[in-house]
Design a protein around this ligand. Structure first.
Ligand SMILES: Nc1ncnc2c1ncn2[C@@H]1O[C@H](COP(=O)(O)OP(=O)(O)O)[C@@H](O)[C@H]1O
Ligand SMILES: [Mg+2]
Ligand SMILES: [Zn+2]
Length: 511
């Protein structure tokens, strides 16, 4: 007898529907799988067999053939265990129905019949909803992700026996979350609960640079000795960024769903991600990779912040592969059959010491680095990469006395209010200016850049003088103009004036 079920897999962050056909017929007992399953799917045979037996069902002593189609979708992972097991039970008459086509089923089985969480549930649930399916049967730990997709019945199952009951009597299944929940607008509207800029003493320049970065989507490099507060301030950047929109939250959560980095039971991400990979990270872990591509740190930071502490310590290759996501806001990973695309639109905050020992220019410590060592250290960040960092800021150590008193700094909420106003200016231009105007100043280029970033006469003179003095490349001048545009937006000014340019040029002095 033949049973049919629906399941799905992901490639990149895209869901691909997969049909599971199970045929149980008389003949020599055996268990074959066709449809290009890879090693991990073959391993599922053993799990499925044990799970069925240990759940109190009979594993049919017949010829079992499982076909996963379409054949050209590359299938890997363990999420096919549950649909295969249910298919076997359906085809051998344990289930009363043999064509189960109104639900998507996914889950990994343990040998004892428990259902383990799987990756990619959110994009699969979104795709299921889009294609008009009714419900999704999934591991209980993944229920939160699927619940954010309104209009889809979410049926969590902890064990294979649970899943059998759910399929047999769908009315008794626990509907996790009400449909339409995704329409809720209140995502991330609460101020971030964690770290606040109010905790940061002094560092007016770096605080300001991070405000400009948040307002215009610019990348930042913080240069300063150990203990100056670079990590502390970088980790507070998500808290001054605008709240995630629903669309952004769905995109960011989808990446984390595919990566398997959502905590069990969690739904939509509510705060912008902050990712801080260690400098020993491989380039595959940084930008994504693998034979069945997985998202890297740059994609896990999508719509949030990527913090690279001790940037010169990163592998040169890892830094070079950062260029594509920085330029395009996405990562493409080419494989023989097809190309996976992961979104990767993040704000980069990089930090480094001024020299290998860290104390160059520090009044309280002696730097013992040679000029050659210092040049070598700085040279590890290539010109093209440095070119993509809009703001370069010196972060001197705060004297201990200032750390003790120094008064409370401005709160993240107050800074965020200005960031939101500056973003509204950019949004208004974007809406008025048509498709070629990006939402964020940092992404301006070509004609749009020339159109939006026209300084007044005094500003132009200042830029020309600054460009000559600092020997700025054309690229660097564009960078200065974009930053000046953001500074003008923070000031509520329509035209870029000399004061805005003066501040923007100051962020290139260190180069
Ligand atoms: N400007 C500052 N205001 C308040 N505390 C600070 C400041 N700078 C450093 N600190 C304290 O010192 C600790 C270490 O700072 P950190 O951010 O790790 O420095 P860095 O990353 O520059 O080496 C912080 O956790 C914080 O407690
Ligand atoms: Mg640090
Ligand atoms: Zn030194």
């Amino acid at each position: 007898m033949l049973a049919l079920l629906r399941t799905a897999t992901v490639f990149g962050v895209e869901a691909c529907p997969v049909q599971v056909e199970v045929d149980v017929s008389f003949g020599l007992p055996g268990f074959t799988m066709v449809g290009l399953p890879d090693v991990s799917v073959r391993e599922s045979r053993d799990r499925v067999k044990s799970a069925i037996r240990n759940s109190g069902f009979e594993f049919p002593p017949h010829r079992i053939t499982v076909n996963l189609s379409p054949a050209d979708v590359r299938k890997a992972g363990s999420a096919f265990d549950l649909p295969i097991a249910l298919g076997i039970l359906a085809a051998s008459g344990v289930l009363t129905r043999r064509q189960i086509d109104e639900v998507v089923v996914l889950g990994e089985l343990s040998l004892d019949g428990a259902i383990q969480p799987v990756r990619g549930v959110l994009p699969i649930a979104i795709a299921a909803r889009r294609s008009g399916l009714d419900a999704i049967v999934l591991p209980a730990a993944n229920a939160g992700e699927a619940t954010v997709v309104g209009g889809l019945r979410v049926i969590p199952a902890a064990t294979l026996a649970d899943a059998v009951r759910a399929i047999e009597a769908p009315a008794q299944a626990i509907p996790a979350g009400a449909p339409g929940q995704a329409e809720r607008p209140a995502i991330g509207n609460t101020a971030p609960a964690t770290a606040d800029f109010a905790d940061v003493r002094g560092q007016a320049l770096a605080r300001r640079a991070l405000e400009v970065a948040a307002a215009g989507g610019h990348n930042v490099l913080l240069v300063g000795p150990p203990g100056a507060g670079k990590t502390m301030m970088a980790s507070r950047l998500p808290g001054i960024l605008p709240p995630l929109t629903l669309e952004e939250a769905l995109e960011a959560t989808s990446v984390h769903s595919v990566a398997g980095t959502l905590t069990a039971g969690s739904g939509l991400l509510r705060e912008r991600p902050f990712r801080a990979p260690h400098h020993t990270v491989s380039d595959a872990a940084l930008v994504g990779g693998g034979s069945l591509p997985r998202p890297g740190e740059v994609s896990l930071a999508h719509h949030g912040v990527l913090f690279l502490d001790e940037m010169p310590e990163f592998d040169r290759r890892a830094l070079e592969v950062l260029r594509q996501p920085l330029e395009e806001g996405r990562v493409t990973i080419s494989r023989v059959a097809r190309t996976a695309v992961f979104p990767a639109r993040f704000t980069l905050v990089a930090a480094m010491n001024p020299c290998p020992c860290g104390y160059l220019g520090d009044p309280t410590h002696q730097c013992r680095c040679t000029p050659r060592q210092i040049a070598q250290y700085r040279g590890r960040i290539s010109g093209p990469l440095l070119d993509r960092l809009d703001l370069i800021v010196e972060v001197p150590a705060v004297p201990p006395a200032a750390l003790l008193d120094g008064g409370s700094g401005e709160s993240s909420a107050a800074i965020r209010a200005r960031v939101l106003a500056a973003r509204a200016c950019q949004q208004a231009r974007h809406e008025a200016g048509g498709a070629d105007l990006p939402r964020l100043n940092a992404h301006l280029q070509g004609r749009a850049l020339r159109r939006c970033c026209r300084p007044d006469a005094a500003g132009r003179r200042l830029l020309e003088a600054g460009a000559a003095r600092l020997a700025l490349s054309a690229r660097a001048c564009h960078r200065v103009l974009k930053v000046a545009r953001t500074i003008a937006d923070l000031a509520g000014a329509e035209q870029i004036a000399a004061a805005h340019l003066a501040e923007a040029i100051q962020y290139r002095e260190r180069e």
